[in-house]
Write a protein that binds this ligand. Structure first.
Ligand code: SF4
Length: 236
């Protein structure tokens, strides 16, 4: 089976435990205002690669990630849009004893049970906690995420929650309280929450693609501010 990828990173350190080989899948149905990978949006763009070829590439980096307790992470874009391709590669990885991690917003086309059986860890990206906030921040329908959340609960797969925090949009105490309740209700098996401070590092890509910056004028959030919010609302 062929899939489309945006890029391949051999020494990822932030997308799961240990050193990760990270595969950025091409195509995303969302348009998050804080997205730093707008080049991943267009379905059908990127590079075409077969599942076997990709697995062979992953295998080449095995000595690095194995020693560190790492593995492979599929990110994006939205990897669930190419669920069958990811499943095929994950099956090969599991047969070879490689730790598999799926970084997703939960917005694919359904039928997630089998993929989750071959997934060791999910990094679940929360965009917003209600329909209006969701539409505003990523232009999507929050109801679409429900099927994946249900499958995730049923699977019991270990899950880490990620939330990008943008100054003036979702950095209030009120939002943090709502986020806490949302996670407890929707993804009760979450073992960790990561608040990712909004940064400006992807802005040059908007310029290059000729896309207007959705958050023009919004400042980056410092790591210290995000840590403060985490300590106040999520520690213990
Ligand atoms: S889901 Fe990820 S890749 Fe898609 S628009 Fe949002 S941040 Fe960008």
């Amino acid at each position: 089976m062929e899939g489309r990828i945006l890029s391949f990173e051999s020494m990822g350190l932030v997308d799961g435990p240990g050193i990760r080989t990270v595969v950025f899948m091409q195509g995303c149905p969302l348009r998050c205002k804080f997205c730093h990978n707008p080049d991943s949006w267009e379905c059908g763009a990127g590079q075409s690669i077969s599942a076997e070829e990709l697995f062979a590439k992953i295998q080449r980096f095995r000595p690095y990630f194995k020693r560190s307790g790492g593995g492979v992470t599929f990110s994006g874009g939205e990897p669930l849009l190419q669920k069958d391709f990811v499943l095929e590669v994950f099956k090969m990885c599991k047969a070879a004893g490689i730790h598999t991690c799926l970084d997703t917003s939960g917005v694919g086309r359904g039928g997630y049970g089998e993929l989750l059986r071959y997934t060791d860890l999910v990094l679940y990206d929360v965009k917003a906690v209600d329909a209006e906030g969701y539409r505003n921040i990523c232009g999507g329908n929050i109801a679409v995420t429900e099927e994946f959340q249900r499958a995730l609960r049923e699977s019991g797969v270990e899950t880490v929650i990620r939330q990008v925090v943008v100054p003036g949009i979702n950095d209030s105490g009120e939002y943090m309280e709502k986020l806490k309740s949302y996670i407890q209700e929707k993804i009760p098996q979450a073992t960790k929450v990561e608040l990712l401070p909004y940064h400006l590092m992807g802005l040059h890509k908007y310029k290059k693609l000729g896309i207007a910056e959705p958050l023009a004028g919004v400042p980056a959030m410092s790591k210290a501010e995000a840590e403060k919010l985490y300590k106040e609302y999520f520690e213990n």
